[in-house]
Write a protein that binds this ligand. Structure first.
Ligand SMILES: CC(C)(COP(=O)(O)OP(=O)(O)OC[C@H]1O[C@@H](n2cnc3c(N)ncnc32)[C@H](O)[C@@H]1OP(=O)(O)O)[C@@H](O)C(=O)NCCC(=O)NCCS
Length: 334
């Protein structure tokens, strides 16, 4: 039973275009419960990696059907050699040997990522038992950023009383360059469009329109200019993206403050996409809102990759995993 209305609406969308999602952490009962819920909802085709006997025993003990779910033990998969060879071919120029490729392909996060690369799955959700770096690294190495030379970053969908906001980057790029910060904003704007959220993008800072002066503020100003220039190009000009900066969070979200601090801004007071100047600000902020502000947080979800691979917090609940799977399905329809 899914409580969030927003996630229920995403599940309904996922049902219309069924995607195959691989879950590499079959040893975790939260992952198994999420697989059961998604399958009962008919929202995705699920593949779970792990000890097949143990996973099926857990399903049986809970009275859950295993119909429609594929259980794979990577060590016994007939595709293991194919995936090892693929990994070797993709990474040999980086110095990966055949022996290392054979070991790495048995790492379930790599195995799952190789399934996507081979077209055997559309997306992956992992991280209930792995760090962000361990979940994300195979994707960066194998799936790669969609734009040549571009960066993948991440976003959270933050639900405040079921109203969704995009927060970015709260999970991947620790200290973005001007160009990376602009890229995060543009990717997050497109993410917002994909999820039906108004692409009103605020480039956040501790300054609003020059109210404070520092190198950090200047960086946000430069990134804003780079993003605004990009919005004039064919790639973005018809997408209806509105972007402004630098803005403090109150000016970005509150119309009364916006009228005082950023009069005339078409984003201030109406922002739904919040871009943080670095990972410290973004990560701390989303966790505070989740723990003290009563917001639901889904992510980090990667953006800017060729196919969706998404991370979970290690403290997640089964319902969070259901939400991450629904989000991954929607990204896979792009
Ligand atoms: C994401 C992260 C793990 C990548 O770091 P890393 O594993 O050390 O990555 P490397 O620098 O070794 O790069 C590995 C590959 O990924 C690529 N890569 C790294 N960051 C990338 C990005 N943001 N976008 C696209 N590609 C990226 C590199 O170019 C490299 O490719 P190559 O091996 O084909 O040349 C790192 O940025 C990180 O730790 N971020 C913080 C994660 C975190 O702790 N978040 C907080 C909790 S939510």
């Amino acid at each position: 039973m899914v409580k969030s209305k927003y996630i229920t609406s995403l599940l309904a969308k996922a049902k219309q275009n069924l995607k195959t999602i691989v879950l590499p952490e079959g040893e975790d009962v939260r992952v198994l419960e999420a697989a059961h819920i998604i399958t009962e909802e008919g929202a995705a085709k699920i593949i779970i990696l792990g000890n097949v006997q143990e996973m099926k025993a857990h399903f049986a003990a809970n009275g859950w059907s295993t119909d429609g779910i594929e259980f794979i033990k990577p060590e016994e998969s007939p595709r293991l050699n194919e995936y090892t060879e693929l990994l070797y071919e993709l990474r040999k120029e980086k110095g990966l040997t055949k022996e290392d490729a054979a070991k790495l392909a048995l790492n379930y996060n790599y195995f799952g990522t190789l399934m996507i690369k081979s077209g055997h799955a559309d997306g992956m959700v992992s991280g209930a038992n792995h760090s962000t770096a361990d979940t994300v690294r195979p994707a960066l190495q194998i799936i790669k950023a969609a734009k040549k030379g571009g960066s993948a970053s991440s976003f959270f969908i933050m639900l405040s009383n079921d109203t969704p906001y995009i927060f970015s980057d709260c999970g991947v790029i620790i200290n973005p360059t001007d160009e990376e910060l602009a890229g995060i904003a543009l990717n997050a704007a497109q993410t917002a469009i994909l999820f039906g959220i108004e692409p009103n993008v605020a480039m956040l800072s501790f300054s609003t329109k020059g109210s404070a002066k520092s190198d950090e503020v200047d960086k946000v100003k430069r990134a804003t200019q780079i993003a605004l220039e990009a919005l004039k190009t064919d790639e973005y000009k018809d997408l209806g993206i509105r972007l402004d900066g630098e803005l403090q969070a109150d000016a970005a979200l509150d119309a009364v403050v916006a009228a005082k601090k950023a009069p005339g801004s078409e984003v201030a007071g109406k922002a739904r996409v919040l871009i943080f100047p670095n990972l410290e600000a973004g990560n701390i902020c989303y966790k505070l809102l989740q723990r003290l502000g009563g917001c639901e947080a889904y992510g980090p979800i990667l953006q800017g990759l060729n196919a969706p691979v998404n991370d979970l917090s290690r403290g997640c609940f089964a319902e969070d995993i259901v939400g991450a799977i629904a989000i991954t399905c929607l990204q896979a329809t792009k």
